[in-house]
Design a binder for this molecule. Structure first.
Ligand SMILES: NC(=O)c1ccc[n+]([C@@H]2O[C@H](COP(=O)([O-])OP(=O)(O)OC[C@H]3O[C@@H](n4cnc5c(N)ncnc54)[C@H](OP(=O)(O)O)[C@@H]3O)[C@@H](O)[C@H]2O)c1
Length: 170
């Protein structure tokens, strides 16, 4: 048994999640931020790559964090944060044993790709902001072949689209 994994990402209209790996995600707008807060509080746990965690700079209140790093031993002890080099299967199984029925996977491209390659993403929630970066990081950073079914699509505010997909295979 394992936790259900929901990938939650904000993208530009040209499918970018950041201009580069150090780009702070301050361009997504208040409606996206409210949605991120609500869904992560509901799940209680957020999985992310170490670069994303470092770009946020601190743990998010009232949420458990699983931060993927190849060097967990180099990280300081932080309340509410588990730095790990466990593979995605082990992370999802471990969270289930701790009582988390679902977990939010919150990027970046490296962490998303590790979970997608393991076939562990069950749902993708994507918000699309009216921006174009032209180049930068995509949702994933390797070749993949996921088939999705669109389950919901609405406006979060006048400018931001909410898309919810179920992952069928891949
Ligand atoms: N738009 C959005 O919704 C959104 C969401 C999240 C992030 N972002 C942006 O995305 C960017 C960061 O994304 P990213 O793809 O560069 O990095 P990332 O996925 O956040 O983290 C990458 C890190 O994961 C660790 N890692 C790599 N392979 C691993 C493995 N096999 N096991 C465990 N850990 C492993 C490495 O850290 P170590 O060097 O510590 O080993 C690597 O540097 C930032 O600009 C951020 O703001 C945007």
């Amino acid at each position: 048994m394992r936790s259900r994994i929901i990938l939650l990402m904000a993208a530009t209209a040209d499918g970018k999640i950041a201009r580069n790996r150090d780009h702070f995600p301050d361009w997504t707008g208040p409606a996206d931020k409210r949605m991120f807060k609500a869904l992560t509080l509901q799940s209680g746990v957020v999985i992310m790559g170490s670069r994303t965690f470092d770009s946020i700079g601190r743990p998010l209140p009232a949420r458990h964090h699983v931060v993927m790093t190849r060097y967990p031993g180099r990280r300081p002890l932080l309340e509410g944060v588990y730095f790990t080099d466990d593979p995605p299967e082990q992370i999802a199984a471990g969270l289930y044993r701790q009582g988390y029925g679902q977990a939010v996977l919150a990027g970046g491209a490296v962490a998303n790709t590790l979970f997608a390659q393991a076939g562990l993403i069950d749902e993708i929630v994507l918000t699309v902001s009216p921006r174009i970066f032209g180049s930068g990081l995509g949702l994933f950073n390797a070749s993949l072949d996921l088939e999705l079914a669109l389950e919901d699509c609405h406006l979060l505010d006048t400018n931001t689209v909410y898309l919810k997909y179920r992952v069928l295979s891949g």
